[in-house]
Design a protein around this ligand. Structure first.
Ligand code: PRX
Length: 657
């Protein structure tokens, strides 16, 4: 496919979409933005009252007295699970399907709002009976199952703070998170199904818990999924199905302050240790609800499908909380897009008559490739006429992939919401609104109403449209990160750095605004964070992992563009025993790849491993990563290398295996 050069095409929202939209047209969008501008507290306060059930109403909207530790609706009390489930049942939606669950093997299970509420209540009662209480932290290490969502909602119901760890993470990564979050319990499953395979979960938990550092964990709750033989430690391990069996189907929610932490989710930063991003209850929930309405234009008849995993923030906001809090019917999928073949997504949209489909550019790119010479798995071979809206998330969507998605999946009739946001933002920040914003492929267009996104230079001053710069948010918003768990200093330094004046939220991305339209285009991370298939990976995290291998003396990790995964991980390694060549080098490279896979998780496996006698360094010993980035791309080094201590090393590092 030929890349499109300059993207000038504009796609207007279809007229009939605009007619029924929550935000119908640009004037309606601008009106909301102006309302926020005029009376910030009034704008958010009004929306919070209208969209959330408050047990005790709040009296103050935003407290900036301890900035940047902003507080929203703090003296109001509410409960996320109540808002997602009880509220729907009370509104007469008890029999409405909340979840259409499709298992890896294609088995479909439907759960109504009433049933979901009962299951969550039983689990919440069981957790309470074990002594788990409001403010305790609970690790959830589960795959995409109804039980995973039940576990999260049950924690929310009793005020326990959940921290979901993606089911593909290793024992070591899981252990680090268990320790950092101070978990008193772990909820997991015996195993998980993915792409026709049964993979372990409980065995990995056991390994994670095998050291004394996880001593606070008193309970391990195991959901039976695969029937895999596992060990159950007496006094610690119980089956989820057993503990809920005799519990009551009602459970009084814990009414918590809007600022009570709903969850902690770990994400990669520019230094070694992942950061525990702490989210609130009230502000987070408000934004999950509003973005379901504004960005996804959710209607009572919609069948919403977000293909993310509950291990990532997208799965939190747009699977566990957002869709249920607006009473929608949603599809939850256990498997992978390529099993039993690459037509799985299209088959499921056809079968369940999905109306809104939200996925990642990486998935789209891999399905473009898979269907390019196999008509049977091409979206055109399926009836996708139920779709009315598409979404994209996690990484920049290149215009070619955007066009393919628009034409082949959306039949040139569905708007695409290219949603820019982050684990830290809790929900969408910059995105076209499907009934309002004219779309330009590759641009996430304009900030949502109330979101004061801007582009500044390194001193924090606004840059004119047309000039690239640093993406910031100028005012606090309800669903923003509240702090880094156990590390408030790092929170301030990472997100509100002094260099920018201390009051701008630093997203960590570069961006540029179009001169004429003011539209935002994200140009990529400005820190040492990579984005591989929409997954955030810290280069330092992978480097520390590599140097922990007994063979490795030194390592540097950089990203390079990749057609399929967006970015690919490229590592430059110096071995203690000298530079390997030929078959030897291939063998060590495989060993190191597997090492990273085991220590962090398969998603962190480097694509390209290169060996040198040394790394390119300045005379003061600093590794020159910008040169490594050029080499990783396979480009000629044209930069000045005069400050380099050892220029000859570059030739060695150019050799790929
Ligand atoms: O670099 C941006 C990229 O993903 C990062 C956030 O990653 P994470 O916290 O894992 O959350 C992913 C799901 C929200 C951002 O800093 N990113 C996310 N969405 C987009 C994007 N880059 C460009 N366009 C997007 N739509």
């Amino acid at each position: 496919m030929e890349p499109l050069k300059q993207e000038n095409r504009v796609f207007n929202p279809p007229a009939d979409f605009v007619k029924g939209a929550a935000i119908p047209g640009m004037d309606a969008y601008k009106k909301l933005c102006a309302e926020a501008e005029k009376d910030y507290d009034g704008f958010w306060g009004h929306l919070a009252k209208e969209n959330i059930y408050w047990k005790k109403p709040f009296t103050k909207v935003l407290d900036e007295s301890k900035a940047p530790f902003y507080k929203w609706f703090e003296d109001g009390t509410t409960n996320a699970s109540y808002n997602c489930l009880d509220r729907q049942v009370e509104a007469g939606l008890g029999d409405k399907t909340a979840i259409i669950f499709e298992a890896d093997d294609g088995t479909v299970t439907k759960v109504s709002y009433k049933e979901m509420l009962e299951r969550v209540c039983k689990m919440a009662n069981a957790l309470r009976k074990m002594g788990i209480k409001s403010g305790d932290t609970v690790i959830i290490y589960m795959a995409m199952t109804i039980e995973g969502i039940v576990a999260m909602q049950a924690c929310a119901r009793i005020g326990a703070i959940h921290s979901v760890v993606f089911g593909g993470f290793s024992a070591q990564a899981l252990r680090d998170r268990i320790i950092d979050v101070g978990a008193v319990a772990v909820i997991t499953a015996d195993g998980q199904y993915r792409g026709g395979k049964s993979l372990p979960l409980k065995a990995i938990c056991d390994e994670a818990l095998s050291t004394g550092e996880c001593g606070k964990v008193k309970h391990v709750i195991v959901s039976k999924r695969t029937g895999t033989a596992i060990e159950m430690k007496a006094g610690r391990d119980v089956w989820m199905q057993d503990i809920v069996a005799n519990e009551a189907a009602t459970c009084e929610p814990e009414w918590v302050s809007a600022e009570h932490p709903l969850f902690i989710l770990y994400t990669s930063g520019s230094t070694g240790k992942p950061k525990g991003v702490q989210h609130s209850t009230g502000g987070y929930l408000l934004w999950a609800i509003l973005t379901m309405k504004w960005t996804f234009d959710i209607k009572p008849t919609d069948v919403f499908w977000c293909t993310a995993d509950i291990g990532w923030v997208t799965g939190h906001s747009y699977i566990t909380y957002g869709p249920l809090a607006v009473g929608a019917t949603e599809i939850v999928f256990e498997g992978v897009p390529t099993y039993p073949n690459a037509g799985r997504f299209w088959d499921m949209i056809q079968k369940h008559k999905a109306t809104i489909f939200y996925t990642a550019p990486t998935a789209i790119r891999s399905l473009i490739k898979a269907s390019s010479n196999d008509q049977a798995v091409h979206p055109k071979s399926y009836d996708l006429s139920s779709l009315r809206l598409l979404g994209s998330v996690g990484e920049p969507i290149n215009p070619e992939a955007w066009m393919w998605y628009y034409e082949n999946v959306g039949g040139s009739r569905c708007p695409i919401a290219d949603t820019f946001w982050q684990t830290e933002t809790g929900g969408h920040m910059i995105s076209p609104l499907p009934g309002a914003t004219p779309m330009i492929p590759g641009s996430c267009t304009l900030p949502l109403p109330g979101i004061q996104a801007a582009i500044v230079d390194e001193a924090g001053h606004d840059v004119p449209n047309g000039n690239g710069g640093i993406l910031v948010v100028k005012r606090p918003w309800p669903s923003m990160i509240r702090t880094i768990w156990n590390d408030p200093d790092r929170f301030v330094k990472s997100y509100f750095p002094e260099e920018l004046g201390g009051n701008l939220y630093l997203a960590g991305d570069g961006a540029i605004r179009n001169k004429e339209t003011g539209y935002f285009t994200i140009t990529g991370r400005i820190d040492d964070v990579l984005n591989v298939s929409g997954h955030r990976m810290g280069t330092m995290e992978i480097e520390s992992c590599l140097v922990a291998n007994p063979l490795v003396a030194e390592a540097a990790v950089v990203g390079r563009p990749d057609d399929l995964t967006g970015e690919a991980i490229c590592v430059f390694v110096v071995l203690k025993g000298g530079r390997p060549t030929g078959e030897d080098a291939k063998k060590v490279a495989t060993e190191l790849r597997n090492w990273v896979g085991k220590e962090i998780g398969p998603i962190a496996k480097p694509k390209d491993v290169r060996f040198g006698d040394n790394l390119p360094k300045t005379r003061s010993g600093k590794i020159m990563r910008r040169l490594l980035r050029v080499i990783a791309k396979g480009e000629e080094v044209t930069q000045d290398t005069s400050t380099l201590e050892n220029p000859a090393i570059l030739e060695q590092l150019k050799e790929s295996l």
